[in-house]
Design a binder for this molecule. Structure first.
Ligand SMILES: [Zn+2]
Length: 454
């Protein structure tokens, strides 16, 4: 660029006046910034009978949570709390208060389709995108009403970049919903994702972006990241069936080279890769290719558990969905469905024992949003977690997966005011989390069936 030397400053009266005016404007705006600044932010106090803060391994009794605007500023014993006279006080002294819950595996663009009503295919073949988006707005509202104030949504199933739009609508306050981490279209290979089973002459839409070869793989990741993906979702296995020796077999999809191109690209953008993987060759490629989280993980061997611990790979198990919707026991599909559940149970126990990092995920959307999103808690406890471990998987652990530790999934100074409460003690009966009675997200109350406000 060419340099223009200054020929000397000529300050006429007009310029001087302008400078004085600018200084006055600056002073005025500084003064008003002070007036509207943190001092006058809405103060809210929550009296918590019991607090499970998401990180500590034991609960606290009789605590006051101080919230300034949308951020928690203090957590103190009720006896020593200094409550300002004109502030809002929410009395949850008969309830158990927790951080807003996190579901790290959802599908807001799916509705748990009944096969009798066309199942998955009808979504892509018959429903206009606006219809699917309208239903997604109901899904996200349901999530926050049930106490899930953050979701990692793992692909739109043919609805393109619709999740980026829903996230935008929530963030700008047009619709209620949780904090969303979105993954847009997802990636699989030719032969690796529905729609399937149509005449080869007919071109049908696919529920994921299909790639073949590392060049296409990297390009797909770039496109999705460019259009707003917070995470990249990859399908590393597809069909599954019972093998010759009675074992669960899963068809592998991407090669290690294809996956490495995606992981390398995504990590370069400072983002992470979630891999759907059931087991076998596809699982091994997922781990060797550097996936950050394994989704489902139905058949993890001891060696793979050790590899996950070594590499710091997360497991997002989505247990409960594998116990529902089984085909009848005398069909190959029905036998496979039962085998999936039994393998999953053993795999989850192995991962838990081996010290794999586990984040709460449900696959809701794969089942109806009218069913409780918190149903996985009791399944996790049945399979060996303590209630506190299960709760932390959906609070501080999931926050760590999302690299949001300290900001979400915890009740502590500096965290966003995402707060929920239940009647009863989830440490005695984790099922009470299926009935969340109070929800605050980002300092705003979405639901309060538990207390009167002052
Ligand atoms: Zn899923």
């Amino acid at each position: 660029m060419k340099d223009y030397p200054m020929k000397g400053c000529v300050l006429n009266r007009c310029v001087l006046n302008l400078i004085v005016l600018l200084i006055l404007v600056c002073i005025a705006s500084l003064a008003s910034a002070q007036k509207d600044g943190p001092v006058l932010k809405q103060m809210t106090y929550i009296r918590a009978g019991t607090l499970i803060d998401g990180v500590s391994n034991s609960a606290r009794r009789n605590v006051v949570i101080t919230i300034r605007g949308n951020v928690i500023s203090a957590v103190s014993d009720a006896a020593s709390a200094n409550i300002l006279a004109d502030a809002t006080v929410i009395d949850l002294s008969q309830a158990t208060v927790l951080p807003g819950l996190i579901d790290a595996h959802t599908h807001i663009f799916l509705q748990g389709e009944d096969p009798a009503e066309g199942g998955y295919d009808v979504q892509l073949l018959k429903y206009p995108l606006a219809f699917r988006a309208a239903r997604a707005t109901v899904s996200v509202r349901r999530a926050v009403e049930e106490g899930f104030t953050t979701l990692r949504d793992l692909e739109t199933e043919g609805a393109g970049y619709g999740d980026v739009g829903i996230k935008m609508a929530i963030e700008r306050g047009y619709i209620p919903g949780p904090r969303l981490f979105v993954s847009t279209r997802a990636i699989s290979t030719t032969g690796g994702y529905p729609l399937e089973g149509y005449a080869p002459e007919i071109e049908v839409p696919k529920g994921a972006q299909l790639i073949d070869g590392p060049v296409e793989a990297r390009k797909a990741a770039r496109e999705q990241l460019d259009h707003g993906a917070d995470w990249i979702k990859v399908y590393m296995t597809h069909r599954s069936w019972i093998g010759k020796n009675g074992e669960l077999v899963s068809q592998p999809t991407l090669t290690v080279e294809e996956l490495r191109a995606i992981v390398d690209e995504t990590h370069g953008w400072g983002k992470k890769v979630a891999c759907h993987a059931y087991g076998g060759e596809g699982m091994q490629r997922a781990l060797d290719g550097g996936c950050d989280s394994i989704e489902h993980g139905l058949v993890l061997t001891d060696a793979q558990v050790a590899q996950m611990v070594r590499q710091g790979t997360w497991l997002c198990p989505t247990l409960n969905i594998y116990y529902t919707g089984w085909a009848s026991a005398d069909t190959p599909e029905g036998q496979r469905d039962r085998k999936r559940a039994s393998e999953h149970e053993a795999s989850f126990r192995r991962a838990l024992k081996g010290g794999v990092k586990i984040a709460y995920g449900t696959d809701v959307g794969g089942f109806s949003w009218d069913d409780p999103i918190a149903a996985d808690f009791s399944r996790m406890v049945d399979l060996g977690m303590t209630p506190m471990q299960a709760i932390q998987s959906a609070t501080s652990k999931a926050a760590e997966l999302l690299e949001m530790q300290g900001r979400i999934g915890v009740i502590a100074p500096g965290a966003y005011a995402d707060v929920v409460a239940v009647a009863g003690d989830p440490l005695a009966n984790v099922k009470v989390l299926e009935n969340v009675g109070f929800v605050m997200k980002d300092g705003k109350i979405f639901k309060n069936d538990l207390s009167a406000k002052r």
